[in-house]
Design a protein around this ligand. Structure first.
Ligand SMILES: NCCCC[C@H](N)C(=O)NCC(=O)O
Length: 465
């Protein structure tokens, strides 16, 4: 009698990498939308009256609902109850709705006195109505984007179980970084087409989110087929979010060190991404397009190196050392922007080194979590780390915006009044970012010491010979 073993869809290299490309495309467009206004913040100041303080509030609002309404925690529960396909489509849908509201907020129709204009300008006078509506939209978008991040990781874990999973996660992250590069290239160019407009880039990238929805929709058909072949065992029980696990996680010293290292490090990266173009523009006296093209090298470096460093970690280890090195590099780059008289070559070197740092830390951080957290509550562990991280990603754009405005009195008013040649000084905001690097460095040292003492295996390779 011959026994035939059924070949599952994810046993085919083409099918599983095809599935990865489909879900990664959704993240590609999502990361594009996250930073679509970062290269055009100066234009938002002149066209919509968004001072640095207002701009910081808008870009931080992406994380507001995740942090204060605990949406990230609900996202974990929704994912557990409803599965990858429903949650992925819900995230893509939320991103599109949020992007639509943000687009409406900055549109010429709304700022020209359209529906809701009067109401949104009747309170909190320091915040223009356009910024308030943009905040609402971006907060809804942020729920979708973070939920998509958790969902995509779960989907990859399932499709690549027992296969090249770390590489797949590295490739997915690299594709997301490519989205950031693309938007830093595209956004200022779209805005510059006559008549110059902040609306065009947001509209175009918002439309691309719909393509992301469609690619994920195609993935759901493949995933349903895989589901049937696997006998509907969609989720691994230990990956599920459980409220009772939170006590164990918050009570674990090592876990909390990693979570704080994550929030400190990422708070000096993603919020910096929002201020990098105007910082380079003001400090080097160049156009926003030139500054944007210069900054685009940051995600390019991270894109190339993250999968390579992931492979290094798999075969050589040294995870804790990589975290410490990443923090040192990040701090050195921000100190350069703050204290060294900046020239273009120096700026290029600092941006590329920051990209190297941004490969070292993500490549080492995320795969280290399973070494510290019991497999029974790994899913909850990632949700809690994301939640703590989102707190920093919400707070730091606000802090940086307010610091920039406070250390440059009168500058925003002059720019909005059309005075030529007025610039911001970014020394203090850049020192704030650098100080996060110092704290992350000390947490890295502490983590490495605990690892030596308690043998978590952070310095060991993932692949056992
Ligand atoms: N919304 C953009 C920030 C994504 C944050 C996300 N929680 C995350 O940490 N992703 C990992 C990464 O390195 O991009």
């Amino acid at each position: 009698m011959t026994q035939t073993m059924q070949r599952k869809l994810n046993d085919s290299v083409v099918a599983r990498w095809g599935a990865l490309i489909l879900i990664a495309l959704m993240m590609f467009f999502a990361y594009m939308f996250v930073d679509v206004i970062s290269p055009i913040s100066s234009l938002l100041e002149t066209q919509r009256g968004w001072s640095p303080d207002v701009y910081g509030t808008v870009v931080g609002s992406e994380y507001f609902l995740n942090v204060f309404v605990l949406f990230l925690i609900f996202a974990g529960i929704i994912l557990d109850k409803m599965g990858v396909r429903f949650t992925g489509l819900l995230s893509a849908g939320l991103m599109i709705i949020g992007a639509g509201i943000k687009l409406y907020g900055i549109s010429d129709y709304f700022v020209g006195g359209g529906f809701g204009w009067e109401f949104f300008n009747s309170f909190w006078p320091s915040m223009p109505g356009s910024a308030k509506v943009a905040c609402i939209g971006f907060a809804i978008f942020g729920c979708g984007a973070e939920m998509a991040g958790v969902t995509v990781s779960r989907a990859i874990a399932r499709w690549f179980d027992g296969k090249e999973m770390a590489l797949a996660m590295g490739v997915e992250m690299a594709i997301a970084r490519l989205g950031v590069t693309a938007v830093f290239f595209l956004s200022p160019r779209l805005a510059a087409i006559a008549p110059e407009s902040v609306v065009r880039p947001v509209a175009v990238v918002g439309a691309l989110l719909c393509i992301g929805f469609l690619t994920f929709l195609v993935f759901t058909f493949m995933d349903r087929k895989l589901d049937r072949q696997m006998g509907n065992i969609e989720e691994i029980e230990e990956d599920k979010f459980k409220v009772k696990d939170l006590g164990n996680l918050f009570g674990s010293k090592t876990f909390m060190i990693v979570a704080f290292l994550c929030v400190l490090y990422y708070s000096a990266i993603f919020p910096f991404q929002k201020f990098a173009v105007p910082m380079l523009q003001n400090t080097l006296a160049i156009s926003s397009q030139e500054a944007s093209d210069l900054f685009a090298w940051f995600p390019i470096g991270a894109m190339i190196l993250t999968p390579l460093l992931g492979a290094f970690l798999d075969f050589r280890g040294k995870g804790a050392t990589m975290l410490i090195l990443g923090a040192i590099l990040m701090c050195a780059c921000h100190l350069t922007f703050a204290l060294v008289p900046l020239t273009k070559p120096i700026a290029y070197i600092a941006i590329i080194l920051l990209g190297v740092s941004f490969s070292l830390v993500p490549a080492a951080l995320w795969p280290s979590v399973p070494k510290l957290v019991d497999g029974r509550y790994l899913g909850s562990g990632y949700s809690v780390i994301f939640w703590i991280q989102n707190l920093g990603l919400w707070a730091f754009p606000l802090i940086i915006g307010k610091t920039l405005q406070a250390t440059n009195p009168g500058v925003s008013e002059q720019i909005q009044a059309g005075v030529e040649g007025v610039t911001y000084n970014y020394t203090v905001p850049m020192l704030v970012f650098a100080s996060l690097g110092v704290l992350a460095f000390f947490l890295g040292i502490w983590l490495k010491r605990l690892d030596t003492k308690n043998h978590y295996g952070l310095e060991l390779p993932n692949v056992k010979k």
